[in-house]
Design a protein around this ligand. Structure first.
Ligand code: ZN
Length: 433
């Protein structure tokens, strides 16, 4: 454990620390960020709470607030204090820009060092960072954490997959950090090159930046011969390092000394009890550059009830089912691509590569899931294929509670990604893709 004095903090002391930091935050943003002053004034509130429960009465911050303040309008310090700028990946429209002070980078490094330590990392490890370096927070966030822990850090960034395999073999990589879908591509590429990744020094992986299922975890662990842990973060709140799994692999410990997590009902927006699902909301307690108060992430999850056997006292966020932006509504039923994945991956004969294709026939929306068959399946044998298709369709129907079309495709039909996997292809708007 990198900082046991915090990570195993007594809950009572932790909550006292949170309250003190929360009040300092509220006073600070009221003073320095016009958006918060306006919101707090409109809610007729003073920037002070006498208990953590009172946070529920403070207005939310949403992505549109950050967009409206583009680029620097929500920074809480003058630009002379900012030493680093990142931005969100912009997959859902205009990006938001985030700034870090030197103190922010220092704390971020500590939090990511906790992440690598929680995955079993020590200063003896060789860490290959295959997250993208750049405006995306993943690469540099992981980089500084790995260095802070004292690991030999390889800043290879994403892409050039054959080189990833060569480096992994020649440099003796022991921990891989990237998206889970990229980890699968690296495994596949290694086998193509005649290298069995399970025979290399690699022993652990720190994976995030996209929702993934337990089945994908099993697949990544099997193909690479490693223990795979999940991490969570988003640029508006920090980047990676907000929450991460320990080796128990039973939910992601939220760094509660730096963030307050709330789960709110998606309809009423009222906080729900631990164990209940809802939208994940974060308040940053110590960030200086661009702190956020009750930021609605659009991610759906819940707090795992109970204590973890690792000894950390921070509560655990259940691995993400999906971002509400990724949710599809199929004949009135809410569907996340990760549920399709969960339905698929236990089936022998299909590979962990799939895509949901939306199209329009007349005025009707059509949904089809394309699933790759494994290389060992004879794609020309119609009977085998038809049996497999029926099985896949039955599994998906049972996982989603709605029936959708399935098409089996040949191995490698679905385009691989070196970053976040593209799970949904929307052909409904004419002229697009
Ligand atoms: Zn734990």
């Amino acid at each position: 454990m990198f900082q046991p004095e915090y990570e195993m903090m007594d809950r009572e002391r932790l909550e006292a620390l949170q309250l003190e930091r929360l009040n300092s935050l509220l006073a600070r943003v009221y003073e320095t960020v016009p958006t918060y002053r306006r919101k707090f004034d409109a809610a007729d509130m003073v920037p002070h709470v006498s208990s953590l429960d009172e946070l529920a009465g403070v207005p939310f911050t949403v992505k549109d607030d950050l967009r409206a303040a583009y680029p620097y309008g929500m920074f809480a310090v003058p630009m002379s204090e900012i030493v680093r700028v990142h931005s969100s990946s912009g997959t859902t429209g205009q990006v938001s820009v985030v700034g870090y002070t030197a103190g922010d980078l220092d704390r971020w490094s500590d939090l990511m060092a906790r992440t690598f330590a929680a995955a079993g990392g020590t200063r003896d490890d060789v860490v290959q960072i295959a997250y993208g370096y750049g405006l995306f927070t993943g690469g540099l966030g992981a980089h500084y954490g790995s260095e802070r822990l004292g690991c030999a850090t390889i800043p290879i960034s994403g892409g050039n997959t054959k080189r990833q395999v060569h480096v992994m073999k020649d440099f003796g990589t022991t921990i891989l950090a990237c998206t889970p879908s990229y980890a699968l591509l690296i495994a596949e590429t290694a086998r193509d090159m005649g290298i069995d990744p399970t025979q290399l020094s690699l022993r652990a992986g720190v994976f995030g930046a996209e929702p993934w299922s337990e089945n994908t975890r099993a697949e990544v662990e099997r193909q690479l011969g490693i223990t795979a842990t999940d991490i969570y973060g988003l640029s508006e709140v920090l980047g990676p390092g907000v929450a991460s799994e320990c080796e128990c692999q039973c939910g992601l410990h939220v760094n509660e000394d730096h963030f307050i997590i709330e789960i709110v009902d998606t309809e009423t927006l009222q906080p729900v009890a631990d164990g209940k699902f809802g939208e994940v909301v974060f308040t940053t307690l110590t960030k200086e550059g661009i702190p956020v108060v009750r930021y609605r992430t659009r991610d759906i999850s819940r707090i795992v009830p109970g204590e973890c056997s690792c000894g950390r006292t921070f509560r655990r966020l259940e691995r993400l089912t999906g971002r509400s932006d990724d949710m599809l509504i199929i004949r009135g039923v809410n569907v996340f691509p990760s549920q399709i994945e969960q339905g698929l991956l236990g089936i022998k004969g299909v590979a962990p590569h799939y895509q949901v294709v939306l199209s329009r026939r007349g005025s009707m929306d059509q949904v089809e899931v394309q699933v790759e068959v494994s290389p060992e399946v004879n794609f020309d044998e119609v009977k085998t294929l038809e049996r497999l298709r029926a099985r896949v369709r039955a599994e998906i129907t049972s996982a989603l509670a709605v029936s959708i079309g399935v098409r089996l495709v040949e191995p490698r039909f679905i385009q691989r990604s070196e970053g976040k996997a593209k799970r949904v292809v929307d052909l409904r708007a004419e002229g697009s893709e």
